[in-house]
Design a protein around this ligand. Structure first.
Ligand SMILES: [Zn+2]
Length: 280
């Protein structure tokens, strides 16, 4: 899959900072006068002893996000559409390499909800993808999106004790398929989620696993899509059902990034946020 051209340009200063402009840390300001649908944050239980709960719980008062690349080359492996029967396989590879990653989870496979807690307990970051992942439902209306987001937020809270602030839109913020259901919905949602204390993470590159691919093809696509050498790469992969080649390709993908001098990290509030251009 070709890299989204707008990926680094729309909301990120990574491109310009590589050209010598280091001045721009963008701050997203929430508009407290604007009515925003319930984010679910009011029902978040006490953080307890988990520092990540205090740090990563959605919080409308925390409005500063980083759009500047880190000093060292860093890749953020992200896995969408799980948990599923493939999540454990991915975890095993990450464990073997001692790497922390990020899982943008769905509610598609309730039998595997316990894997959300397991991923979190192992130190990986949990983000929200959507509950149903059905475009015609998720993007049927602004309210439908929020109902779905709150549903996956509740599911995750039951597993890890808080609703995380990190989200990923199905299809990314640049998707145009949502226009089939609601014109302009991504323009509305991309602002509302930030106002509500979330941040949406698109991706800088992917292994091209949008359809069935062999492990070899995933590795080749990884090399092709990261050849530009950005310092910060939020990297899209999938651990959903029928994505068994992800875990098979993962060791080689990790070795490739290591050979290119990248360190691995899970997403946190300091991660350079990739935003695609809004497409609807
Ligand atoms: Zn997805």
């Amino acid at each position: 899959m070709p890299r989204f051209v707008g990926g680094q340009a729309a909301g990120s200063s990574q491109t310009s900072s590589q050209q010598g402009d280091t001045s721009s840390q963008t701050t997203v300001q929430a508009n407290s006068d604007e009515s925003v649908p319930d984010s679910g944050s009011s029902s978040v239980p006490p953080a307890g002893n988990d520092e990540r709960a205090a740090e990563f719980a959605v919080d409308p008062s925390r409005t500063t996000w980083n759009f500047e690349a880190p000093a060292t080359k860093t890749v953020y492996l992200t896995f969408d559409d799980g948990p599923s029967e493939n999540t454990q396989k991915v975890l095993d590879v990450l464990d073997k390499y001692g790497i922390k990653a990020t899982f943008f989870v769905t509610g598609m496979h309730p039998d595997y909800f316990n894997m959300i807690k397991k991923c979190h307990d192992k130190g990986h970051t949990i983000g929200l993808h959507t509950y149903t992942h059905e475009y015609d439902q998720v993007y049927a209306s602004v309210d439908a999106y929020w109902n779905d987001l709150n549903q996956i937020g509740d599911t995750v809270r039951q597993q890890i004790g808080y609703v995380p602030c990190f989200i990923r839109f199905p299809g990314g913020s640049s998707n145009t398929i949502s226009a089939n259901y609601t014109k302009g919905i991504m323009t509305t949602l991309s602002q509302q989620v930030v106002d509500a204390g979330y941040q949406y993470f698109d991706w800088d590159a992917s292994c091209g696993d949008g359809a069935e691919h062999t492990a070899d093809e995933l590795v080749d696509a990884t090399m092709a899509d990261t050849s530009y050498g950005y310092k910060s790469i939020v990297f899209l992969m999938h651990d959903g059902t029928a994505k068994e080649t992800t875990a098979e390709a993962l060791p080689r993908i990790i070795e490739y990034f290591k050979s290119e001098g990248y360190e691995f990290a899970s997403i946190d509030r300091n991660t350079c946020v990739p935003h695609h251009g809004i497409g609807n």
